[in-house]
Design a protein around this ligand. Structure first.
Ligand code: FAD
Length: 389
């Protein structure tokens, strides 16, 4: 259906919502976007979870679709493989596929989000409003209730259809769940582990303190640390750890002394690069990790869930954002089919897409165990075999 006069309301201008706004703008729809946070291009806020992300070919296909591949490439740092760190500080670089030309990229969430917003706003038919939080969606009437963050005024917006790209805590999904007007299945599975972001700052002369072009992993059986490079010479470090289990866990890492002891014992080579560890540890939040599955994603032809709002996954396959970008690519292909009504479009989209997003969700949980335990064991065993040969 290519009725250019159709008004589409998008809730959430994160990675998926800003890409969707750009693509629908390119297709000629009237697009209005409401984002609850301030504009990250003019405010000093983090873009939300995880400062940087692994950006793969799946995500890059979406950038090609909207014609900004080169602009995105300038934000990317190729990571040619995983660099494993053992407790003694030995390292081993393992290519992802054995083929040296294959790599994934590290990319800044906020830079990528900012680029997508700017590209979307180049279209006169796309308008983005910030500081407007969606409270609920009336999916029968195709209207959404918003609150202005500054004035606290509430207002209602209507549209020909509403697409929610408002992430794992989606307001539309909550409305589906709470209203109980149709059979809506929903599950949310939490991991026993949470995560905390830390950092390795650049050296005094601005250089990277460890090898730049790798995804660094310190696998330790039941927990792990990873680090991805940033363009400014720093690395964003993420500690994945149980909340309650094991000798060290998030609940008992309560003092600078215990945190330092933990890193001295488990990650001594990382600690050497992180003089700011204790400040980071106590300033930065600890956040949970979960998988959201639900169905149906749409209500008639009125409303649709897309991105994390439909299928939030744990980050261990590095594919949540990439899959959310792929949502937009698949949706775009379905629009090309001129199926007639939004209802048919939404039905077709969910039919094609859900099996894939369910599969990546399960793979991501499997890869959690693989990364924190097996990757380290298998690769270090392989390394010992090579050394002995
Ligand atoms: P979000 O990025 O969550 O964006 C939702 C937007 O909606 C936000 O801007 C939010 O402010 C806004 N919003 C929310 N509620 C409302 C409301 N009520 N009204 C208005 N606006 C609202 N993926 C990868 O591909 N590679 C990785 O390496 C990777 N690493 C990750 C590491 C961690 C620690 C985590 C937690 C996730 C990681 N992910 C990764 C997953 C990735 O972050 C998500 O899949 C991706 O952000 C989903 O994009 P989205 O736009 O659907 O949702």
């Amino acid at each position: 259906m290519e009725n250019k006069k159709q008004n589409i309301l998008i809730i959430g201008a994160g990675l998926c919502g800003s890409l969707l706004a750009l693509r629908l703008g390119q297709r000629g729809y009237n697009v209005i976007v409401y984002e609850m946070r301030p504009d990250l291009r003019s405010t000093d806020i983090s873009a939300g979870r995880s400062i940087n992300l692994a950006f793969s070919d799946r995500g890059n296909k979406a950038m090609k679709m909207v014609g900004i591949e080169d602009k995105v490439k300038a934000l990317c740092i190729p990571m040619n493989g995983r660099m494993l760190h053992d407790k003694e500080g030995n390292t081993f670089l393992s290519n992802y596929s054995g083929r040296e030309y294959e790599y994934i990229n590290s990319i800044s969430r906020s830079e990528l989000n900012a680029l997508l917003l700017t590209e979307a706003e180049k279209h006169d038919n796309v308008t983005i409003h910030f500081n407007k939080r969606c409270q609920s969606v009336d999916f029968e009437k195709t209207t959404a209730l918003f609150e202005d963050y500054n004035t606290k005024d509430e207002f209602i917006e209507d549209a020909d259809c509403i697409i929610a790209t408002d992430g794992a805590g989606s307001a539309l999904r909550k409305s589906y769940f709470l209203e109980r007007k149709f059979l809506f299945s929903f599950s949310q599975q939490w991991l026993t582990h949470g995560y905390k972001e830390l950092s390795i700052l650049p050296s005094e002369n601005g250089d990277y303190k460890t090898y730049k072009n790798a995804l660094h992993i310190w696998p330790r059986g039941d927990f792990m640390v990873i680090a991805l490079p940033n363009l400014d010479g720093s690395f964003t470090v993420t500690l994945f750890l149980s909340y309650t289990e094991g000798e060290y866990n998030f609940n008992n890492l309560t003092t600078p002394k215990i945190v330092t002891e933990f890193f001295e014992k488990e990650f001594p080579d990382a600690l050497e690069l992180m003089p700011n560890l204790v400040d980071d540890f106590f300033e930065n939040p600890t956040a949970p990790l979960g998988t959201v599955k639900c169905s149906p994603w749409h209500y008639k032809g009125n409303t649709l869930l897309m991105g994390d709002s439909a299928h939030a996954i744990v980050p261990f396959y590095g594919q949540g954002m990439n899959a959310s970008f792929e949502d937009v690519v698949e949706f775009d292909k379905i629009l090309d089919q001129n199926l007639g009504s939004w209802e048919t479009i939404f039905l077709t989209y969910e039919k094609i897409r859900k099996k894939d997003t369910d599969a990546i969700a399960d793979l991501a949980v499997d890869n959690f165990h693989e990364m924190k335990d097996h990757v380290g064991q298998a690769i270090f065993q392989e390394k010992r075999k090579i050394e002995m040969a």
